[in-house]
Design a protein around this ligand. Structure first.
Ligand code: ATP
Length: 423
Protein backbone atom coordinates (compact mmCIF):
# COMPACT_ATOMS: atom_id res chain seq x y z
CA UNK A 1 0.00 0.00 0.00
CA UNK A 2 3.00 2.32 0.31
CA UNK A 3 2.67 3.03 -3.40
CA UNK A 4 -0.96 4.12 -2.95
CA UNK A 5 0.01 6.29 0.01
CA UNK A 6 2.69 8.01 -2.02
CA UNK A 7 0.09 9.06 -4.56
CA UNK A 8 -1.73 11.09 -1.88
CA UNK A 9 -1.46 14.88 -1.90
CA UNK A 10 1.73 16.11 -0.23
CA UNK A 11 -0.19 17.69 2.62
CA UNK A 12 -1.83 14.39 3.63
CA UNK A 13 1.31 12.38 3.13
CA UNK A 14 3.31 14.63 5.44
CA UNK A 15 0.54 14.27 8.06
CA UNK A 16 0.91 10.50 7.79
CA UNK A 17 4.71 10.68 8.13
CA UNK A 18 4.40 12.92 11.17
CA UNK A 19 1.90 10.44 12.70
CA UNK A 20 4.39 7.65 12.04
CA UNK A 21 7.17 9.58 13.86
CA UNK A 22 4.95 10.34 16.86
CA UNK A 23 3.76 6.72 17.10
CA UNK A 24 7.40 5.65 17.12
CA UNK A 25 8.40 8.18 19.79
CA UNK A 26 5.51 7.09 22.03
CA UNK A 27 6.00 3.39 21.35
CA UNK A 28 2.46 2.90 19.97
CA UNK A 29 1.24 1.07 16.89
CA UNK A 30 -0.81 3.38 14.67
CA UNK A 31 -3.02 2.56 11.71
CA UNK A 32 -4.95 4.38 9.03
CA UNK A 33 -8.34 2.79 9.18
CA UNK A 34 -11.94 2.67 7.95
CA UNK A 35 -13.38 4.89 5.25
CA UNK A 36 -10.07 6.53 4.41
CA UNK A 37 -8.46 3.19 3.51
CA UNK A 38 -11.58 2.06 1.64
CA UNK A 39 -11.50 5.21 -0.46
CA UNK A 40 -7.75 5.02 -0.99
CA UNK A 41 -8.19 1.59 -2.56
CA UNK A 42 -11.14 2.82 -4.61
CA UNK A 43 -9.20 5.90 -5.72
CA UNK A 44 -11.87 8.19 -4.25
CA UNK A 45 -10.79 11.49 -2.69
CA UNK A 46 -11.27 11.50 1.09
CA UNK A 47 -9.99 14.22 3.39
CA UNK A 48 -11.27 12.59 6.60
CA UNK A 49 -8.39 10.60 7.98
CA UNK A 50 -9.09 8.02 10.66
CA UNK A 51 -6.18 6.84 12.76
CA UNK A 52 -6.47 4.03 15.32
CA UNK A 53 -3.79 3.74 17.97
CA UNK A 54 -2.90 0.66 19.97
CA UNK A 55 -1.91 2.57 23.11
CA UNK A 56 -3.24 5.95 24.19
CA UNK A 57 -5.05 7.66 21.33
CA UNK A 58 -5.56 10.89 23.26
CA UNK A 59 -1.87 11.19 24.15
CA UNK A 60 -1.00 10.53 20.51
CA UNK A 61 -3.52 13.17 19.37
CA UNK A 62 -2.20 15.73 21.91
CA UNK A 63 1.31 15.30 20.56
CA UNK A 64 0.19 15.57 16.97
CA UNK A 65 -1.88 18.69 17.66
CA UNK A 66 1.06 20.35 19.41
CA UNK A 67 3.43 19.57 16.57
CA UNK A 68 0.97 20.85 13.99
CA UNK A 69 -0.16 23.72 16.18
CA UNK A 70 -3.82 23.03 15.41
CA UNK A 71 -7.01 22.74 17.41
CA UNK A 72 -7.84 19.44 19.08
CA UNK A 73 -11.27 18.38 20.32
CA UNK A 74 -11.12 15.56 22.85
CA UNK A 75 -13.94 13.08 23.45
CA UNK A 76 -12.44 11.53 26.59
CA UNK A 77 -15.35 9.16 27.24
CA UNK A 78 -14.76 7.40 23.92
CA UNK A 79 -10.96 7.74 23.92
CA UNK A 80 -11.20 9.71 20.67
CA UNK A 81 -10.08 13.11 19.47
CA UNK A 82 -10.58 15.22 16.36
CA UNK A 83 -7.89 17.38 14.88
CA UNK A 84 -8.98 19.99 12.39
CA UNK A 85 -5.95 20.70 10.23
CA UNK A 86 -7.93 22.85 7.77
CA UNK A 87 -11.70 23.29 7.43
CA UNK A 88 -11.80 20.44 4.90
CA UNK A 89 -8.99 18.32 6.32
CA UNK A 90 -9.85 16.42 9.48
CA UNK A 91 -8.12 13.73 11.43
CA UNK A 92 -10.03 11.49 13.82
CA UNK A 93 -7.85 9.63 16.26
CA UNK A 94 -9.07 6.79 18.46
CA UNK A 95 -7.66 4.23 20.81
CA UNK A 96 -8.39 0.79 19.36
CA UNK A 97 -11.45 -0.61 21.13
CA UNK A 98 -13.52 -3.64 21.67
CA UNK A 99 -17.31 -3.49 21.75
CA UNK A 100 -20.15 -5.76 22.63
CA UNK A 101 -23.88 -5.28 22.43
CA UNK A 102 -25.63 -6.28 25.66
CA UNK A 103 -29.05 -5.82 24.01
CA UNK A 104 -30.29 -5.42 20.43
CA UNK A 105 -30.37 -1.88 19.05
CA UNK A 106 -28.73 -0.38 22.16
CA UNK A 107 -25.41 1.41 22.36
CA UNK A 108 -22.52 -1.02 22.82
CA UNK A 109 -20.32 -1.45 25.89
CA UNK A 110 -16.85 -0.22 24.91
CA UNK A 111 -13.47 -1.40 26.25
CA UNK A 112 -9.89 -0.89 25.16
CA UNK A 113 -8.89 -3.55 22.66
CA UNK A 114 -6.36 -4.43 19.99
CA UNK A 115 -6.56 -3.58 16.29
CA UNK A 116 -8.32 -6.85 15.51
CA UNK A 117 -11.08 -6.05 18.05
CA UNK A 118 -11.45 -2.60 16.57
CA UNK A 119 -11.90 -4.01 13.09
CA UNK A 120 -14.31 -6.71 14.25
CA UNK A 121 -16.78 -4.13 15.64
CA UNK A 122 -17.23 -2.42 12.27
CA UNK A 123 -20.27 -2.38 10.05
CA UNK A 124 -19.11 -3.84 6.73
CA UNK A 125 -16.03 -5.64 5.47
CA UNK A 126 -15.23 -2.71 3.14
CA UNK A 127 -14.68 -0.61 6.29
CA UNK A 128 -12.45 -3.12 8.09
CA UNK A 129 -9.22 -2.43 6.24
CA UNK A 130 -6.27 -0.83 7.98
CA UNK A 131 -2.84 0.34 6.88
CA UNK A 132 -0.02 0.24 9.40
CA UNK A 133 1.79 3.55 9.64
CA UNK A 134 4.31 2.66 12.31
CA UNK A 135 7.74 1.07 12.33
CA UNK A 136 8.92 -1.43 9.76
CA UNK A 137 5.34 -2.31 8.85
CA UNK A 138 4.69 1.18 7.44
CA UNK A 139 2.40 0.86 4.43
CA UNK A 140 1.32 -2.73 5.13
CA UNK A 141 -2.35 -3.48 4.42
CA UNK A 142 -4.17 -5.36 7.17
CA UNK A 143 -7.05 -7.26 5.64
CA UNK A 144 -8.50 -9.53 8.32
CA UNK A 145 -12.07 -9.74 6.99
CA UNK A 146 -11.43 -9.99 3.28
CA UNK A 147 -12.54 -6.42 2.78
CA UNK A 148 -10.18 -5.88 -0.14
CA UNK A 149 -11.90 -8.64 -2.06
CA UNK A 150 -15.32 -7.14 -1.32
CA UNK A 151 -14.15 -3.75 -2.53
CA UNK A 152 -12.87 -5.29 -5.75
CA UNK A 153 -16.10 -7.27 -6.22
CA UNK A 154 -18.27 -4.30 -5.21
CA UNK A 155 -19.93 -6.07 -2.29
CA UNK A 156 -21.46 -4.69 0.88
CA UNK A 157 -21.08 -7.47 3.42
CA UNK A 158 -21.73 -7.55 7.18
CA UNK A 159 -19.22 -9.24 9.47
CA UNK A 160 -21.73 -11.53 11.21
CA UNK A 161 -25.40 -12.42 10.85
CA UNK A 162 -26.60 -10.43 13.87
CA UNK A 163 -24.96 -7.22 12.73
CA UNK A 164 -28.24 -5.43 11.84
CA UNK A 165 -29.85 -6.62 15.07
CA UNK A 166 -26.94 -5.27 17.13
CA UNK A 167 -27.11 -1.95 15.34
CA UNK A 168 -30.09 -1.35 13.03
CA UNK A 169 -28.69 1.99 11.85
CA UNK A 170 -26.41 -0.21 9.73
CA UNK A 171 -29.46 -0.86 7.53
CA UNK A 172 -29.36 2.75 6.38
CA UNK A 173 -25.56 2.68 6.21
CA UNK A 174 -25.62 -0.39 3.95
CA UNK A 175 -27.96 1.36 1.54
CA UNK A 176 -25.91 4.55 1.65
CA UNK A 177 -22.63 2.82 0.76
CA UNK A 178 -24.31 0.57 -1.80
CA UNK A 179 -25.75 3.52 -3.68
CA UNK A 180 -22.72 5.77 -3.26
CA UNK A 181 -20.28 3.33 -4.83
CA UNK A 182 -22.71 1.48 -7.04
CA UNK A 183 -22.00 -1.70 -5.07
CA UNK A 184 -24.46 -4.51 -4.24
CA UNK A 185 -25.59 -5.64 -0.83
CA UNK A 186 -24.48 -9.29 -1.18
CA UNK A 187 -27.17 -12.01 -0.83
CA UNK A 188 -26.59 -13.11 2.77
CA UNK A 189 -26.32 -9.50 3.98
CA UNK A 190 -29.51 -8.68 2.09
CA UNK A 191 -31.28 -11.64 3.71
CA UNK A 192 -30.17 -10.50 7.19
CA UNK A 193 -31.23 -6.94 6.39
CA UNK A 194 -34.70 -8.08 5.33
CA UNK A 195 -35.07 -10.24 8.42
CA UNK A 196 -34.09 -7.34 10.65
CA UNK A 197 -36.63 -5.11 8.87
CA UNK A 198 -39.33 -7.76 9.36
CA UNK A 199 -38.60 -7.74 13.09
CA UNK A 200 -39.35 -3.96 13.02
CA UNK A 201 -35.96 -3.46 14.62
CA UNK A 202 -35.76 0.16 13.44
CA UNK A 203 -38.64 1.00 15.78
CA UNK A 204 -36.52 0.37 18.84
CA UNK A 205 -33.43 2.38 17.92
CA UNK A 206 -32.85 5.73 19.55
CA UNK A 207 -34.47 8.11 17.02
CA UNK A 208 -31.54 10.55 17.04
CA UNK A 209 -29.28 7.83 15.71
CA UNK A 210 -31.68 7.21 12.83
CA UNK A 211 -31.85 10.94 12.23
CA UNK A 212 -28.05 11.16 11.99
CA UNK A 213 -27.86 8.31 9.49
CA UNK A 214 -30.74 9.75 7.47
CA UNK A 215 -28.96 13.11 7.35
CA UNK A 216 -25.77 11.44 6.09
CA UNK A 217 -27.80 9.65 3.45
CA UNK A 218 -29.52 12.87 2.33
CA UNK A 219 -26.12 14.55 2.01
CA UNK A 220 -25.04 12.01 -0.61
CA UNK A 221 -24.57 13.12 -4.20
CA UNK A 222 -27.43 10.92 -5.40
CA UNK A 223 -29.66 10.62 -2.37
CA UNK A 224 -32.70 9.88 -4.53
CA UNK A 225 -31.33 6.46 -5.47
CA UNK A 226 -30.85 5.65 -1.79
CA UNK A 227 -34.38 6.85 -1.01
CA UNK A 228 -35.77 4.56 -3.72
CA UNK A 229 -33.81 1.67 -2.24
CA UNK A 230 -35.13 2.46 1.27
CA UNK A 231 -38.64 2.47 -0.14
CA UNK A 232 -38.08 -0.98 -1.60
CA UNK A 233 -36.24 -2.63 1.27
CA UNK A 234 -37.25 -0.82 4.43
CA UNK A 235 -40.19 1.55 4.01
CA UNK A 236 -40.48 4.85 5.86
CA UNK A 237 -42.19 3.75 9.04
CA UNK A 238 -39.08 4.71 10.93
CA UNK A 239 -39.74 8.34 9.99
CA UNK A 240 -43.52 8.29 10.30
CA UNK A 241 -46.11 5.56 9.58
CA UNK A 242 -48.12 8.03 7.48
CA UNK A 243 -45.18 8.77 5.22
CA UNK A 244 -45.49 7.46 1.71
CA UNK A 245 -43.22 8.27 -1.16
CA UNK A 246 -44.47 8.51 -4.70
CA UNK A 247 -43.33 9.56 -8.15
CA UNK A 248 -44.15 13.13 -7.06
CA UNK A 249 -41.46 12.92 -4.38
CA UNK A 250 -38.99 11.65 -6.96
CA UNK A 251 -39.83 14.56 -9.27
CA UNK A 252 -39.41 16.95 -6.39
CA UNK A 253 -35.99 15.50 -5.53
CA UNK A 254 -34.87 15.98 -9.15
CA UNK A 255 -36.21 19.50 -9.22
CA UNK A 256 -34.43 20.29 -5.93
CA UNK A 257 -31.12 19.10 -7.29
CA UNK A 258 -31.57 21.42 -10.32
CA UNK A 259 -32.35 24.34 -8.01
CA UNK A 260 -29.34 23.62 -5.82
CA UNK A 261 -27.09 23.59 -8.89
CA UNK A 262 -28.63 26.89 -10.03
CA UNK A 263 -28.15 28.48 -6.60
CA UNK A 264 -24.57 27.29 -6.22
CA UNK A 265 -23.58 28.48 -9.68
CA UNK A 266 -25.07 31.95 -9.20
CA UNK A 267 -24.43 32.75 -5.58
CA UNK A 268 -21.02 31.38 -4.71
CA UNK A 269 -20.53 33.79 -1.85
CA UNK A 270 -23.80 33.19 -0.06
CA UNK A 271 -23.76 31.06 3.06
CA UNK A 272 -23.48 27.30 2.80
CA UNK A 273 -26.71 25.41 2.10
CA UNK A 274 -27.92 22.56 4.29
CA UNK A 275 -28.77 20.49 1.26
CA UNK A 276 -29.93 17.51 3.35
CA UNK A 277 -32.56 19.69 5.02
CA UNK A 278 -34.16 20.60 1.68
CA UNK A 279 -34.43 16.91 0.78
CA UNK A 280 -35.69 16.06 4.24
CA UNK A 281 -38.49 18.65 3.94
CA UNK A 282 -39.31 17.21 0.52
CA UNK A 283 -39.58 13.73 2.02
CA UNK A 284 -42.06 14.83 4.66
CA UNK A 285 -43.86 17.25 2.36
CA UNK A 286 -47.17 15.34 2.55
CA UNK A 287 -47.27 14.98 6.32
CA UNK A 288 -49.57 17.20 8.34
CA UNK A 289 -48.14 20.02 10.47
CA UNK A 290 -48.89 18.14 13.69
CA UNK A 291 -47.17 15.00 12.43
CA UNK A 292 -44.14 17.07 11.49
CA UNK A 293 -44.10 18.75 14.89
CA UNK A 294 -44.04 15.42 16.68
CA UNK A 295 -41.38 14.12 14.26
CA UNK A 296 -39.19 17.15 15.06
CA UNK A 297 -39.56 16.35 18.75
CA UNK A 298 -38.78 12.66 18.26
CA UNK A 299 -35.75 13.32 16.05
CA UNK A 300 -34.62 16.11 18.43
CA UNK A 301 -33.65 18.48 15.67
CA UNK A 302 -31.72 21.54 16.81
CA UNK A 303 -33.72 24.77 17.12
CA UNK A 304 -32.53 26.20 13.80
CA UNK A 305 -33.45 23.05 11.89
CA UNK A 306 -36.86 22.73 13.50
CA UNK A 307 -37.58 26.40 12.85
CA UNK A 308 -36.80 26.03 9.13
CA UNK A 309 -38.86 22.85 8.80
CA UNK A 310 -41.91 24.33 10.54
CA UNK A 311 -41.70 27.65 8.70
CA UNK A 312 -41.89 25.69 5.45
CA UNK A 313 -44.85 23.62 6.62
CA UNK A 314 -46.79 26.63 7.88
CA UNK A 315 -46.01 29.27 5.26
CA UNK A 316 -45.53 27.44 1.94
CA UNK A 317 -49.15 27.69 0.72
CA UNK A 318 -49.53 31.36 1.57
CA UNK A 319 -46.20 32.26 -0.02
CA UNK A 320 -46.83 30.26 -3.17
CA UNK A 321 -50.25 31.81 -3.56
CA UNK A 322 -48.94 35.36 -3.20
CA UNK A 323 -45.92 34.81 -5.43
CA UNK A 324 -48.03 33.22 -8.14
CA UNK A 325 -49.40 36.67 -9.04
CA UNK A 326 -47.82 38.29 -12.04
CA UNK A 327 -47.93 41.79 -10.61
CA UNK A 328 -46.50 41.99 -7.15
CA UNK A 329 -44.43 44.81 -5.71
CA UNK A 330 -40.73 44.09 -5.10
CA UNK A 331 -41.22 45.18 -1.48
CA UNK A 332 -43.88 42.48 -1.07
CA UNK A 333 -41.58 39.83 -2.56
CA UNK A 334 -38.87 40.98 -0.19
CA UNK A 335 -41.04 40.83 2.93
CA UNK A 336 -42.36 37.40 2.00
CA UNK A 337 -38.97 35.83 1.34
CA UNK A 338 -36.40 37.70 3.39
CA UNK A 339 -37.43 36.10 6.73
CA UNK A 340 -37.14 32.60 5.22
CA UNK A 341 -34.05 30.42 5.01
CA UNK A 342 -32.42 29.67 1.67
CA UNK A 343 -33.39 26.03 2.14
CA UNK A 344 -37.09 26.88 2.38
CA UNK A 345 -37.00 29.34 -0.53
CA UNK A 346 -35.24 26.85 -2.80
CA UNK A 347 -37.69 24.13 -1.89
CA UNK A 348 -40.60 26.43 -2.74
CA UNK A 349 -38.92 27.21 -6.06
CA UNK A 350 -38.33 23.51 -6.74
CA UNK A 351 -41.92 22.67 -5.89
CA UNK A 352 -43.51 25.39 -8.00
CA UNK A 353 -44.61 24.76 -11.53
CA UNK A 354 -45.79 28.36 -11.77
CA UNK A 355 -43.49 30.64 -13.80
CA UNK A 356 -44.28 33.74 -11.76
CA UNK A 357 -43.17 32.10 -8.54
CA UNK A 358 -39.87 31.03 -10.07
CA UNK A 359 -39.29 34.49 -11.58
CA UNK A 360 -40.06 36.33 -8.32
CA UNK A 361 -37.70 34.06 -6.37
CA UNK A 362 -34.93 34.58 -8.92
CA UNK A 363 -35.46 38.36 -8.73
CA UNK A 364 -35.36 38.13 -4.96
CA UNK A 365 -31.92 36.49 -4.96
CA UNK A 366 -30.53 38.61 -7.80
CA UNK A 367 -31.90 42.03 -6.81
CA UNK A 368 -33.79 42.44 -3.56
CA UNK A 369 -32.12 40.11 -1.06
CA UNK A 370 -30.11 41.95 1.61
CA UNK A 371 -31.33 45.37 0.44
CA UNK A 372 -30.66 47.91 3.14
CA UNK A 373 -31.11 51.62 3.61
CA UNK A 374 -28.41 54.21 4.31
CA UNK A 375 -30.30 56.51 6.67
CA UNK A 376 -29.54 55.77 10.33
CA UNK A 377 -31.09 56.62 13.68
CA UNK A 378 -28.55 59.43 14.03
CA UNK A 379 -29.76 60.95 10.77
CA UNK A 380 -33.36 60.86 12.02
CA UNK A 381 -32.32 62.48 15.29
CA UNK A 382 -30.44 65.20 13.41
CA UNK A 383 -33.61 65.86 11.45
CA UNK A 384 -35.51 66.41 14.69
CA UNK A 385 -37.28 63.08 15.21
CA UNK A 386 -37.62 61.90 18.80
CA UNK A 387 -36.07 58.43 19.23
CA UNK A 388 -38.73 55.73 19.63
CA UNK A 389 -40.76 53.04 17.89
CA UNK A 390 -41.66 55.52 15.13
CA UNK A 391 -38.11 55.11 13.77
CA UNK A 392 -38.86 51.56 12.62
CA UNK A 393 -41.90 52.77 10.67
CA UNK A 394 -39.78 55.33 8.87
CA UNK A 395 -37.06 52.79 8.11
CA UNK A 396 -39.68 50.44 6.66
CA UNK A 397 -41.11 53.16 4.46
CA UNK A 398 -37.61 53.98 3.19
CA UNK A 399 -36.82 50.31 2.59
CA UNK A 400 -40.02 49.76 0.65
CA UNK A 401 -39.46 52.87 -1.43
CA UNK A 402 -35.93 51.72 -2.19
CA UNK A 403 -37.05 48.19 -3.11
CA UNK A 404 -39.77 49.56 -5.35
CA UNK A 405 -37.25 51.75 -7.18
CA UNK A 406 -38.74 55.05 -5.99
CA UNK A 407 -35.47 56.16 -4.37
CA UNK A 408 -31.85 55.11 -4.78
CA UNK A 409 -29.34 57.38 -3.04
CA UNK A 410 -28.95 58.44 0.58
CA UNK A 411 -29.89 61.98 -0.44
CA UNK A 412 -33.18 60.70 -1.87
CA UNK A 413 -33.75 58.76 1.35
CA UNK A 414 -33.21 61.93 3.41
CA UNK A 415 -35.53 63.90 1.11
CA UNK A 416 -38.22 61.30 1.64
CA UNK A 417 -37.73 61.49 5.42
CA UNK A 418 -38.19 65.26 5.24
CA UNK A 419 -41.36 64.86 3.20
CA UNK A 420 -42.67 62.37 5.75
CA UNK A 421 -41.88 64.84 8.53
CA UNK A 422 -43.79 67.63 6.82
CA UNK A 423 -46.77 65.31 6.47
P1 ATP B 1 -17.98 8.41 5.02
O1 ATP B 1 -17.15 8.36 3.80
O2 ATP B 1 -19.43 8.47 4.75
O3 ATP B 1 -17.52 9.42 6.03
P2 ATP B 1 -16.93 6.47 6.82
O4 ATP B 1 -16.67 5.02 6.57
O5 ATP B 1 -15.78 7.34 7.14
O6 ATP B 1 -17.78 6.98 5.62
P3 ATP B 1 -18.15 7.17 9.34
O7 ATP B 1 -19.63 7.26 9.58
O8 ATP B 1 -17.33 8.39 9.48
O9 ATP B 1 -18.02 6.50 7.93
O10 ATP B 1 -17.58 6.05 10.28
C1 ATP B 1 -16.19 5.77 10.39
C2 ATP B 1 -15.99 4.29 10.56
O11 ATP B 1 -16.63 3.85 11.75
C3 ATP B 1 -16.62 3.48 9.42
O12 ATP B 1 -15.69 3.23 8.40
C4 ATP B 1 -17.07 2.21 10.09
O13 ATP B 1 -16.05 1.25 10.05
C5 ATP B 1 -17.27 2.62 11.54
N1 ATP B 1 -18.70 2.77 11.85
C6 ATP B 1 -19.46 3.87 11.79
N2 ATP B 1 -20.73 3.63 12.15
C7 ATP B 1 -20.77 2.33 12.46
C8 ATP B 1 -21.79 1.46 12.92
N3 ATP B 1 -23.05 1.89 13.10
N4 ATP B 1 -21.46 0.17 13.14
C9 ATP B 1 -20.20 -0.26 12.96
N5 ATP B 1 -19.21 0.49 12.52
C10 ATP B 1 -19.46 1.76 12.27
Amino acid sequence: MEKNLKKLPEEILSLIYLSRDIAEELGFNAYLIGGFVRDLILGVKNLDLDIAVEGDGIKFADNLAQRLNVKLTRHKRFGTATLTVKPQLKLDIATTRKEFYPEPACLPVVNIGMLKDDLARRDFTINTLAISISGKKFGELINLFDGENDINNKNIRILHNLSFIDDPTRILRAIRFEQRYNFKIEPNTLKCLKEAVKLKILNIVQPQRLRDELILLLKEENSLRAIKRIRKLVGFNFINPALSISAKTYDLFNSISRQIRWFKSKFVLHRKLDVWLIYFMALIDFLKVNQVKSLCRRFVFCKGEEKRILSYMKLRSKIMLKLSRNKIKPSSIFHLLEPLSYEVILLIKAKSKNKNIKKHIEDFFHIYHRTDISVSGHDLKDLGFTPGPGYQKIFNKLLNAKLNGEIKTKKQELDLVKRLKNK
